[in-house]
Each structure stands twice: as structure tokens, then as C-alpha cells.
Design a binder for this molecule. Sequence first.
Ligand code: NAG
Length: 107
Amino acid sequence: MASSVLCCLLLFITVWPADGFMEYVLDRCVFSSPELKDIEYIYSMYYDKKEYVRFNSSVGHFVGYTEYGINNAQRWNSGSEVVVRRAQKEICVSHVDAFYPAVLTKS
Ligand SMILES: *[C@@H]1O[C@H](CO)[C@@H](O)[C@H](O)[C@H]1NC(C)=O
């Protein structure tokens, strides 16, 4: 089976307008293989179409891409926000197991 079939199965988008610009959050579970351990949870925040901060479960902490994003990343990495995001990967794992059991190798 082509691994691309498994990519990006789950997507949660939250949008809210701020001063005429669109701010949104993208929660993704990214699959690159049929192994549960390879699932990545990605949480990205965008303002005016630019991603300013991202949590990647493989990296394990927030990374900022703008001054605002870097400031938030530092604050969230030293607080409970990073702990909450790390736990989200388990939600990806349980979702894929519930919705797509046939594509996973059982281990
Ligand atoms: C998450 O981080 C890992 C390790 O740096 C990287 O290989 C992977 O491409 C990243 N995933 C996404 C969706 O950016």
C-alpha cells in the first residue's frame, strides 16, 4: 500500500477573526507509515496566513517562527501547555485505531 494514502488523516481547524486578519489553529495527526509509533501530532498556529508557532510531537516542544511565536513558545515550553500537547499524540493514536484499524499493522 502506498504510504501517501496514510498521510494527514485527521484535521481539526479552529478559526477566529482578529482585527480583520484570520487567526487559526491547525491540529493534525500525520501518518507516514502503518506503524502507530510513526504517527506525528502537529499543532500549528497561524496569523494572517503565516505560521508563527508549531508543536511537533517528534520534536516534543513548541518552536516559534516569529518574535511573537518565539515568545509564546518559550512561555508554553516552561508551562503546562507543552505537557497537554505531548499527551495529544495519544489521541491521534486512539483515533486512527478506531477509524482505520485495517490499515495498521498489529503489534
Ligand atoms: C516533525 O519533526 C520531525 C523531526 O524534526 C521531522 O522529521 C518531521 O518532518 C516533522 N513533521 C512535520 C509534519 O513537520
